[in-house]
Design a protein around this ligand. Structure first.
Ligand SMILES: *Cc1c(COP(=O)(O)O)cnc(C)c1O
Length: 409
C-alpha cells in the first residue's frame, strides 16, 4: 500500500488517507502515492505473473490489501488495430481500446470496482448515486459483489437498458420525473436519513483511480510507450483526468520507455458541449448549456465538477476539446461496428467524429498514432441502434428477391 495522502484538486490542501472523503470546498480530491517508494519497490516485470485485471497495478492503486478488493475481472481490454475504419475516416493509424467488453458492458466498472472497494474498506454499508447512463449498472453490480445496499436514482427518460440494469443487479432503483441534477438532489437530501455514501462522479476520490488504469494498461500494451493522441468521449471527464494522472505517475516511477505524452482530445457532441465551449473561450471553468440533449447519454453532463481538471489536462497535453455533430452519431456508430466488428457506443461514435474533424481542421496529422476509447457496448443503446439501421421487411409467402438483391449490392 503506497498511498501517502489525499489532496484537494482546487487548492492543494493535504488530507489524510484512510478515512472517508467526499469533496473539498465542493471540488474533487486526488489520491497521492509515495512515488519514490513505488519507484524503489515496484518492477514492471512482476506484472506478468499477476491476474489480468486492473488490480495488477496494485502499487499505484488505493486498496489497503489484496483481500479488500471487490472485483468482477475488470480491465485488460483489447487494443485493436482498425485499418478498415481508419481508412474510411482518413486516419490510418487508428486503434480502438475496446472497453465494451468489461463487466456490465462499459468502462464504468473500473471506477466502481475502485470506489466500492474503498467504500467497503472504510466501513460504508450503503451507497447511492444519480445516473442517466451506465454508472447505475456498474455501481449496482459491484455493490452486489461487495454485499452492500445500493440506491440508484434515474431520470425517467434514461435509455431503456440503462434503466433496467441497476434493478437486475439488485439495486433499489427509482425513476424520477426530472433531470440528473434532480436525482442528485434526492441523494444529497437522503444521505443523512439513510446513511448513504454518495458515489457520484468525482464526489469521492477513488473512481478516478479505477479509470486511470485505462492509461496504465495502454502503456503496458504498447510496451511502455504512448500514442500521439488519445480521443476520449468526455462527460464528467473521470477517465481523461485519470489517464493524464496515470501518465505522470508512470513517468515519475520510471516505467515509460519514452516520456513523450499523448495529446488528449476531450470529445463531446454538439448537443451538450460545455467543455468544448470553455476550451474555445480559453476558460478554466465550464458553463452549463441551456438545453443539454444528446443520444450519447454518457456525454449528457451539463455541469462537470471536474471541469477545470479536464481543461487543465487537455491544455497541458497540447490537445483540444472537439464537438462532433449530434445528428451524425448513429452513422459513425454503424460505420465502426460494421467496418471492424467493434461494438461501438454512441459516445465513442462522437469521438470518432471528432477525429475526422481534428484531421480536417489540421489539428492532427492524418498519419498520427491514435487511440480511441470505446467506453461502452452498443447493445445498451437500443434507441440509437434503431436509428442507425434500416432493415427491409420480407413477406414469407411472396419473397421480394429484387429487394434482397438491392440490399446485397
Ligand atoms: C460515463 C460515460 C462516458 C463519460 O465518462 P467520463 O469519464 O465521466 O467522462 C463516456 N462513455 C460512456 C459509455 C459512459 O458510460
Amino acid at each position: 500500500m503506497f498511498v501517502s495522502h489525499l489532496e484537494s484538486a482546487i487548492d492543494g490542501t493535504r488530507l489524510p488517507a484512510g478515512t472517508l472523503h467526499t469533496t473539498h470546498e465542493g471540488k474533487p480530491i486526488w489520491v497521492r502515492y509515495d512515488l519514490d517508494h513505488v519507484r524503489a519497490n515496484a518492477r514492471r516485470e512482476s506484472l506478468a505473473n499477476r491476474p489480468a485485471t486492473m488490480w495488477r497495478y496494485r502499487e499505484l492503486m488505493p486498496a489497503p490489501s489484496e483481500d479488500a478488493i471487490v472485483s468482477l475481472g475488470e480491465g485488460m481490454s483489447p487494443l485493436l488495430d482498425c485499418p478498415r475504419l481508419g481508412q474510411a475516416i482518413g486516419a490510418p493509424g487508428l486503434r480502438i481500446k475496446d472497453e465494451s467488453q468489461l463487466p456490465t458492458g462499459s468502462f464504468k466498472s473500473r471506477g466502481m470496482s475502485a470506489a466500492i472497494t474503498m467504500a467497503r474498506a472504510l466501513g460504508v454499508t450503503r451507497v447511492a448515486l444519480p445516473t442517466a447512463g451506465n454508472a447505475g449498472a456498474a455501481a449496482a453490480a459491484y455493490a452486489a459483489r461487495a454485499g452492500m445496499q445500493c440506491a440508484v436514482f434515474m431520470p425517467d427518460d434514461t435509455p431503456i437498458v440503462n434503466r433496467l440494469e441497476p434493478a437486475i443487479f439488485g439495486a433499489k432503483a427509482f425513476l424520477v420525473n426530472g433531470l440528473i441534477g434532480d436525482c442528485g438532489a434526492i441523494v444529497r437530501d437522503g444521505m443523512e436519513r439513510f446513511g448513504w455514501f454518495d458515489l457520484s462522479t468525482l464526489k469521492e476520490p477513488y473512481r478516478v483511480e479505477g479509470k486511470k488504469t485505462m492509461g496504465i494498461e495502454l502503456a503496458e500494451q504498447m510496451n511502455w510507450r504512448l500514442p500521439d493522441a488519445i480521443f476520449y468521449p468526455t462527460g464528467g471527464g473521470t477517465g481523461l483526468i485519470g489517464m493524464w494522472k496515470a501518465f505522470a505517475e508512470l513517468e515519475t516511477i520510471g516505467w515509460l520507455e519514452d516520456t513523450k505524452k499523448p495529446r488528449m482530445f476531450a470529445c463531446q457532441s454538439t448537443g451538450c458541449a460545455p467543455i468544448v465551449n470553455a476550451f474555445d473561450a480559453g476558460e478554466r471553468f465550464a458553463t452549463a448549456p441551456e438545453k443539454p440533449a444528446t443520444m450519447a447519454s454518457g456525454l449528457r453532463v451539463p455541469t462537470a465538477v471536474g471541469d477545470f481538471m479536464i481543461l487543465d489536462a487537455v491544455r497541458e497535453s497540447g490537445g483540444a476539446a472537439i464537438a462532433a455533430t449530434e445528428e451524425d452519431i448513429p452513422r459513425w456508430m454503424a460505420l465502426a461496428s460494421a467496418k471492424e466488428g467493434v461494438s461501438l457506443c454512441p459516445e465513442a461514435a462522437a469521438a470518432l467524429g471528432a477525429i475526422e474533424l481534428a484531421i480536417k481542421r489540421g489539428a492532427l496529422d492524418k498519419n498520427a498514432d491514435i487511440v480511441l476509447y470505446n467506453t461502452g457496448a452498443v447493445q445498451k443503446y437500443v434507441e440509437v441502434m434503431e436509428r442507425a439501421v434500416d432493415m427491409p421487411k420480407l413477406d414469407k409467402t411472396n419473397v421480394n428477391w429484387s429487394a434482397i438483391e438491392r440490399a446485397l449490392g
